[in-house]
Design a protein around this ligand. Structure first.
Ligand SMILES: Cc1cc2nc3c(=O)[nH]c(=O)nc-3n(C[C@H](O)[C@H](O)[C@H](O)COP(=O)(O)OP(=O)(O)OC[C@H]3O[C@@H](n4cnc5c(N)ncnc54)[C@H](O)[C@@H]3O)c2cc1C
Length: 378
């Protein structure tokens, strides 16, 4: 039962964004740039954003050669390059908005570790550099195998290494917090603990029913002229005809390892595994390719299979012979599509989608948010 004060103050908006991850927050900020006087509300089901944006590894990267070769088998060369550029542009937009020091941004580059006979990436360096030549001053990829001994990796397992000088890294929590703060400064309201359970569109507006988690009696009906859906992996629960496949990512962090000899971001196995030096601790994640079916879930749980494999790689390959313990473990949920392309489209007259960030939203999220905002006012 709502009071007249609540009805007159909280319920009606020009734009409602659903989801307060990087895509939703960025979409709201881009909307504000175009619509200085519009009323904008973000509804977020968690008390904190509860998808991927505050649970990721903070790699701000355009992609490894192994990943790109895989992408080119699914999309055309042109689309793969476009997607890399979108990641690059998205990152520049985030940096411009937040300021590097507020999000601990560092451009230390990214390395692809080549295991066993995976020398294909080295053979394709010139090919990828030629595709990217019109857009970057220097060749993006170069051989870095000579650094393997000084980084301390197990030479029997790591056969080669490719460096990418444009990749960066950041603190995902600080990034979301800063975007959140900017939303506040731009008079964009955010309500947390509000799960949108249904959308009802008429020719005048969309009614958005939201409630506290598992509490139907708390339901409130909001209304907006336009709705921007930024719920990534969780979209199908709200709009059952939108195909976004959830994919869980598991992460762990080690205790401090003195004099950790590497910095930058590191990937192997087509990007299915990734690690970085986080203040002399290793943040290490991935392994969903060990059991795609089990990891195709929205459940925020850890599995022994993945966690054991991560620890095994740490001990055998990444820091062999160095003592450490595991101090943190968590999981987050990504949203994937059949190909690697994100989906920004009009779903209906008054509802637009910006979903399927395909595990690369740290760099891409601001760009997708911007594209979505422009679409919603077109
Ligand atoms: C473990 C892990 C590591 C990763 N590492 C990297 C990386 O290093 N680099 C990289 O680029 N990408 C990485 N990613 C992927 C990246 O985090 C995502 O692509 C990006 O965060 C997606 O942002 P988003 O805003 O679209 O979705 P999300 O961050 O998932 O945000 C969606 C939000 O919508 C909310 N929501 C969902 N349904 C509803 C509803 N019905 N009502 C209200 N709110 C709702 C959710 O609670 C959530 O907060 C990683 C992901 C994971 C899980």
């Amino acid at each position: 039962m709502l009071s007249i004060w609540e009805k007159e103050s909280f319920l009606e908006y020009d734009f409602i964004v659903i989801g307060a991850g990087i895509t939703g927050l960025s979409a709201a900020l881009s909307l504000r740039e175009k619509k200085p006087h519009a009323s904008i509300l973000i509804l977020e089901r968690g008390l904190l954003p509860t998808g991927a944006s505050t649970k990721n590894a903070g790699f701000a990267c355009i992609g490894t050669i192994g990943e790109k070769l895989h992408d080119i088998s699914l999309l055309s060369e042109e689309r793969v390059v476009q997607l890399m550029l979108k990641r690059w542009e998205g990152l520049q937009l985030t940096r411009k908005r937040t300021g590097d020091s507020n999000i601990d941004f560092e451009q230390n580059g990214g390395y692809e570790l080549l295991l066993e006979d995976k020398s294909e990436s080295i053979n394709k360096i010139d090919y990828l550099n030629t595709l990217l030549k019109p857009y970057f001053e220097k060749p993006v990829y170069s051989i870095a195998s000579h650094l393997i001994p000084s980084f301390g990796f197990n030479k029997k397992m790591v056969k080669g290494m490719v460096f990418n000088h444009v990749d960066g890294q950041l603190h995902s929590g600080k990034m979301i917090q800063k975007l959140w703060q900017l939303c506040g400064e731009q008079h964009i309201k955010i309500i947390t603990g509000a799960e949108v359970i249904s959308l009802h569109e008429s020719d005048k507006q969309v009614q958005i029913v939201a409630q506290m988690l598992n509490s139907p009696e708390s339901a409130i009906c909001f209304a907006a002229s336009q709705v921007l859906v930024c719920t990534n992996a969780f979209t199908q629960k709200l709009l059952s005809d939108v195909q976004v496949c959830p994919a869980r990512g598991q992460v762990l962090i080690t205790s401090p390892i003195p004099d950790l000899p590497f910095k930058g971001t590191f990937n192997f196995d087509e990007g299915y595994y990734y690690f970085r030096n986080l203040n002399n601790r290793i943040l290490f994640g991935g392994g969903r390719n060990l059991n795609f079916e089990a990891e195709n879930t929205t459940e925020l749980k850890l599995t022994e299979t993945v966690q054991h494999k991560l620890e095994w790689y740490l001990r055998e390959m990444i820091v062999p012979g160095k003592p450490f313990s595991i101090t943190e473990r968590w999981a987050g949920i990504m949203g994937f599509g059949k190909d690697k392309a994100p989906e920004v489209r009009r779903y209906s007259e008054r509802i637009c989608l910006g979903v399927k960030l395909n595990g690369m939203g740290v760099a891409l999220g601001s760009k997708i948010g911007e594209e979505l905002a422009l679409l919603s006012i077109a």
